[in-house]
Design a protein around this ligand. Structure first.
Ligand code: ATP
Length: 379
């Protein structure tokens, strides 16, 4: 059984808007295994980014709010023990388990180094963010400051997390890191402004910044969407190489199931802010069960398909949060919709070992993960 590094349980997030309180993420649960890659897939607006931002407390304020749930970081490193080290020179992954969380004072953590990240003190969350969990975004220009050189922005990461390092050490480590992400002339590039670099180079710089602290977990939110196809493949390959070298765990967010198939061990398929299906990738692709997953898979073009083949698309579009249907959120587009789907949200059902689907079609056949007898019609 693989060791877990992150457990998300029943996460619920809402936004306060002019139309009222809108539920963006509702009862999302999954586990990230140590050293592995978990893919989160789904169409635009299904709650992938909101889930990721909730994990590191970066929901837009004040509108975004975590209503309930739990996010546990397992085996959190004690940051005191490595303050001032030049981490890039270490060939070993940082110890991930058994370190007591002294910093946490026992408030959100325990003696196994498990930390509840929701409602963590903002100061402590800042330490976790970057040091333990880093995130890279779809469009690096939104994360890089256009008016500062790469050097200033990279050194800021070091000075926040390793205040004991000298400026010289920081510059050396930053340059090494740029080299590690495949930038050929790092001494020159570090003196550039973001706009002087290509999209692929900027994304590499973002990855270098995110990995400068050798985080335990990297969250990559559509890291290649803004790039052309060849650069996409290079960036995904780079992430997976660095993951192996650093012993990192990765959450890879994408709308592309092909990317999930090639890069992930486990996958979560989200729809309308809920988990439709989750399983190991091999199992998911071999035995897709939720009508939404089946629809997504059917719409992937096959290499062997004849030209002009019409792909079966999922009818309709993802509803906005204001118009989300009661009952199953996929009911308005589902080819297998039944009466019950219009009234009651399906519970997650374990349809095979570690393979969960939230669909009424499966509840009668398989053991329901939650107690179905207590389910009430949605209001
Ligand atoms: N600040 C906000 N205020 C109100 N609603 C929001 C806000 N941010 C996100 N949402 C809504 O939350 C839902 C989930 O958004 P999210 O960005 O997580 O989707 P996503 O699956 O990541 O989509 P994409 O692939 O387009 O990034 C969407 O309906 C979105 O409109």
């Amino acid at each position: 059984m693989s060791q877990k590094i992150l457990t998300v349980s029943n996460l619920a997030v809402s936004f306060q808007t002019e139309s009222g309180t809108l539920s963006a993420v509702d009862g999302v649960s999954f586990e990230l295994k140590k050293g592995s890659t978990l893919g989160i897939a789904g169409e635009s607006g299904c709650g992938k980014s909101v889930t990721a931002l909730s994990i590191i407390s970066l929901l837009p304020k004040p509108s975004g709010r975590i209503d309930s749930g739990s996010v546990i970081l397992h085996g959190c490193r004690n940051s005191q023990s490595f303050a001032g080290h030049s981490m890039l020179n270490s060939k070993q992954p940082w110890p991930l388990s058994g370190t007591p969380d002294h910093e946490n004072g026992g408030k959100n953590g325990n003696e196994n180094g498990n930390i509840e990240l929701l409602n963590l003190d903002p100061e402590k969350m800042r330490t976790i963010r970057g040091r333990n969990i880093s995130m890279i975004f779809q469009e690096p220009m939104t994360a890089l400051n256009p008016v500062y050189k790469i050097k200033k922005q990279m050194l800021e990461v070091y000075s926040i997390h390793f205040p004991d390092m000298t400026r010289q050490q920081m510059t050396r480590d930053a340059t090494d890191m740029l080299k590690q992400v495949g930038i050929a002339n790092p001494d020159k590039i570090i003196e550039c402004y973001p706009h002087q670099l290509s999209g692929g180079m900027r994304q590499r710089v973002m990855i270098a910044m995110a990995l400068a602290t050798k985080p335990d977990i990297l969250i990559a939110d559509e890291p290649t969407t803004a790039l052309d196809v060849t650069v996409q493949a290079q960036i995904l390959e780079l992430i997976s190489t660095l993951q192996r070298e650093m012993g990192m765990s990765v959450i890879l967010i994408t709308h592309d199931l092909g990317v999930i198939a090639e890069n992930c061990e486990d996958a979560v398929v989200m729809y309308g802010g809920r988990v439709a299906e989750r399983a190991g990738v091999k199992e998911l692709f071999k035995n897709p069960s939720h009508p939404y997953t089946k629809g997504l898979l059917n719409s992937i073009p096959a290499l062997a398909a004849t030209p002009k083949t019409t792909l079966p698309a999922i009818r309709g579009r993802v509803p906005s949060l204001e118009e989300m249907p009661i009952g199953c959120r996929f009911s308005t587009r589902c080819p297998d919709v039944m009466d019950i789907c219009l009234k009651i949200s399906p519970a997650e059902t374990e349809i095979a070992t570690c393979h969960f689907s939230a669909c009424h079609l499966h509840e009668k056949t398989f053991k329901v993960a939650n107690d179905f007898s207590n389910l009430q019609p949605d209001k």
